[in-house]
Design a protein around this ligand. Structure first.
Ligand SMILES: C[S@@+](CC[C@H](N)C(=O)[O-])C[C@H]1O[C@@H](n2cnc3c(N)ncnc32)[C@H](O)[C@@H]1O
Length: 311
């Protein structure tokens, strides 16, 4: 059974109102979405996912709830989706970023480092290059940057060189091939090293352009929140968490524009109130039950009412 990560804190911080409109940007297997839907009476839930398998699964889970609309969309289209549905503002947005257990467990999707499958890794299998195609058109330097930025890897050049070398020999078509390339680069590490998991994570983030979409969606989510509405975001690695933290912190600041002489030209009041100055982490009990939760961080913020402009 699918266990949503940080489910209790996510629902508590969203503070679901029975008549509110909520968006679950990452429906996945519908775990968080069902918890929201079952709290709604006259409210509405809009659940998005870019993965057709997830959309099918979430639609099945949400079928008993008349309040739910499930759509196969990249969450970066949040503002457009709300406009299409005639929803001007919402009471809450949930983002549970990254990859799902469902995606990781299906060898045919190419996310798994334990099971062999085609080197695909696309969340939406109709969009963009596969991981194998991405690696075939990437040079060592760019791949090393990807490994460093999205995987925090300590030996990115060495690993990138092994992967690109193997790719040029035409031996990089499956997840097993990638696994072996990383092992060849790190012969002194035994077993399934953490490094291999981080290499898979970094390539997956690049293939799906995950940070690009996340950054744009955070801005749209903050824009669409009604006063008192809440944004709850769960991230799984430092790059995601940095984007969430910065987007919330920037919106929680007074913004000032200055004239050339240093005087203040305009002042925009904060749009958000931070609810979690420090991220919420899973308990050791949750990590024991669901090891995937171990790197999760949840941040929440509330939209402030915008004061009337002075006449
Ligand atoms: C961690 S899982 C969500 C699990 C879900 N909260 C649950 O309880 O089942 C992340 C999901 O986000 C989806 N996803 C990632 N990036 C996306 C994007 N840009 N647009 C829409 N969905 C995205 C993935 O396909 C995956 O199903």
């Amino acid at each position: 059974m699918h266990v949503p990560v940080l489910a209790g804190p996510a629902i508590t911080w969203l503070r679901v109102r029975e008549d509110g409109v909520y968006v679950d940007c990452t429906a996945g297997a519908g775990g968080h979405a069902v918890l929201i839907a079952e709290r709604l009476i006259t409210g509405r839930l809009i659940a998005l996912d870019r993965d057709p398998v997830a959309v099918k699964m979430a639609a099945e889970q949400l079928a008993p709830y008349g309040c739910a609309t499930v759509l196969r969309r990249n969450y970066a289209n949040l503002a457009a989706v709300l406009a299409e549905l005639g929803v001007p503002e919402v009471q809450g947005v949930l983002l549970d970023a990254g990859v799902s257990t469902m995606q990781l467990d299906d060898a045919a999707r190419g996310f798994s480092l334990e099971k062999d499958g085609p080197l695909d890794m696309r969340m939406d299998p109709t969009q963009g290059p596969t991981a194998a195609e991405f690696l075939a058109t990437t040079d060592e330097e760019r791949l090393a940057r990807v490994l460093k930025q999205y995987g925090d890897l300590k030996r990115p050049r060495r690993i990138a060189s092994a992967i690109i070398g193997r790719c040029r020999e035409g031996r990089l078509e499956t997840t097993r091939d990638l696994f072996e390339a990383v092992h060849a680069a790190l012969p002194f590490v035994r077993g399934v090293p953490e490094e291999t998991r981080l290499v898979f994570q970094a390539i997956r983030i690049a293939v799906n352009e995950e940070l690009r979409w996340l950054e744009s969606t955070l801005v749209q989510a903050i824009d669409r929140l009604a006063p008192g509405g809440r944004l709850v975001a769960i991230s799984f690695h430092s790059g995601e968490d940095r984007l969430v933290k910065n987007a919330m912190r920037d919106a929680a600041r007074v913004r000032r524009e200055f004239r050339p002489d240093g005087r203040i030209a305009s002042e925009t009041p904060p749009r958000l109130r931070l609810l979690t100055p420090k991220p919420i982490r899973p308990t050791s009990e949750e990590i024991r039950m669901n090891p995937r939760a171990r790197s999760a961080k949840l941040r929440a913020a509330e939209r402030l009412a915008i004061p009337e402009a002075a006449p």
